[in-house]
Each structure stands twice: as structure tokens, then as C-alpha cells.
Design a protein around this ligand. Structure first.
Ligand code: DX5
Ligand code: ZN
Length: 220
């Protein structure tokens, strides 16, 4: 059991016709954050939801809303997602021309800033960002879809970023997203991750299974 590990179910795997109820169900089942995947059909080959849906879901949970922005351009939408009730805004360096400026913009909105690295993006990308971010997200699949297989070599990247974070002495969450299940969750935790995003593995089996799924992902 790892009490410090946070579980952030990705609502991409929820029943979209009952999203409010689904968010309430994962909240009651003991999730730590609610992970919202925002996709534009341009930066990634899928389209999901926008700030209106974040705003509509906000009253359904008191847990932090962790909004993963897979959109380009991204800067023009930060204010809208902040106003909609996001607590954490996570951005890809490839989604805009000036990632450092984007991080500062998020912080100026009073929100936590996350930077996300695609499987092909090196940890080195963080060298001059680590002093400013609240969260680093390592993608263990290529972004766009739920239900993909965990890319094992990302464990090495998690280990490298864990060292970088510890060296910084700052309070930074290290999150992993994609293909997290009961087998890969312990591997990601052992590599140094402390927040696990899980879509398929959380929502499998329907609402009566959510609490057990979350507990098992946490390592309990
Ligand atoms: C992928 C998304 C993930 C995805 C995870 O682009 O960022 O959050 O929903 O889904 P699973 O847990 O099913 O791999
Ligand atoms: Zn995500």
C-alpha cells in the first residue's frame, strides 16, 4: 500500500451520457483527482471536450480537476479552462511556441502548472522548466486514445525525472498516463511516479467496481 500515491481516473473511459454521475461515483469511490482529457482533433487524432464540460462537471466533485490539454494552440484557451474550474492545467511543449511563457501564464491564473512529455520527448526538455512547474506528466502511450498498451521504456524516463525532482528540492508531482493497470501501476510507482492516471482500469466493471479498482491501483 502506498498512501502517498494519488489516483486520477481519466473520465475518457467514463460513460459520456452520464458524466456527472460518473464523476460523483469516482469521487465517492476514493479517487484523489479527476483527470480530464481535452483533445482537439489537430494536436491529437481525437476530439473530446471543452471548457463548458469542465464547468458543468465542477459541481459534481470537490476533488482537484486535473485538466490535460492536448490542443494546439493552447495559450488562447488557458483562461477559459481556469474560469471553468480546473485546478491543474497540464500542457505539451509541442502545443505552442513558448512553453516557459505558457507555464507562467497558468501560474498567473492562480492554477497549478503541469508539463507533459510524449513518449518521444526527452526528460531534458525539463531542464529549464523544473524550477517553475508543479507537476510533470510522463505519457506512457502516445496521446489521443484510452485503452493503449504501456510503453515500457518510459519507466527509465520516470526514474530520470524522479532524480531531477528530488535534486530540485521542490514539491513537484510526478504523474504517469497511459496503459496503467494492476500490472503496470506498481512498476510506475517503483520508478518514482506518485500520481497515476487510469481510464480503462478505473472504469472497468462499472460503478460497483470503482472503489476496488482504485484501491488496487494504489497498491492496496
Ligand atoms: C490519452 C489520455 C489518457 C487516457 C488513459 O491520450 O491522456 O489519459 O485516457 O487511458 P488508459 O488508462 O485507458 O490508458
Ligand atoms: Zn490524459
Amino acid at each position: 500500500m502506498s498512501p502517498s500515491v494519488r489516483i486520477a481516473p481519466s473520465i475518457l473511459s467514463a460513460d459520456f451520457a452520464r458524466l456527472g454521475e460518473e464523476v460523483r461515483a469516482i469521487d465517492e469511490a476514493g479517487c484523489d483527482w479527476v483527470h480530464v482529457d481535452v483533445m482537439d482533433g489537430h494536436f491529437v487524432p481525437n476530439i473530446t471536450i471543452g471548457p463548458m464540460v469542465v464547468k458543468a462537471l465542477r459541481p459534481h466533485t470537490t476533488k482537484p480537476m486535473d485538466v490535460h490539454l492536448m490542443i494546439s494552440p493552447v495559450d488562447t484557451y488557458l483562461d477559459a479552462f481556469a474560469a471553468a474550474g480546473a485546478d491543474i492545467l497540464t500542457v505539451h511543449p509541442e502545443a505552442g511556441p513558448h512553453i516557459h511563457r505558457t507555464v507562467q501564464h497558468i501560474k498567473s491564473l492562480g492554477k497549478q502548472a503541469g508539463v507533459v512529455l510524449n513518449p518521444g520527448t526527452p526528460a531534458k526538455m525539463l531542464d529549464y522548466l523544473i524550477d517553475d512547474v508543479d507537476l510533470v506528466l510522463v505519457m506512457s502511450v502516445n496521446p489521443g486514445f484510452g485503452g493503449q498498451s504501456f510503453i515500457t521504456n518510459q519507466l527509465r524516463k520516470i526514474e530520470a525525472i524522479r532524480k531531477m525532482i528530488d535534486k530540485s528540492g521542490r514539491d513537484i508531482r510526478l504523474q504517469v498516463d497511459g496503459g496503467i493497470d494492476f500490472e503496470t501501476a506498481p512498476q510506475a510507482i517503483a520508478a518514482g511516479a506518485d500520481v497515476l492516471v487510469a481510464g480503462t482500469a478505473t472504469f472497468k466493471g462499472g460503478p460497483s467496481a470503482y472503489a476496488d479498482n482504485i484501491r488496487r491501483l494504489r497498491g492496496g
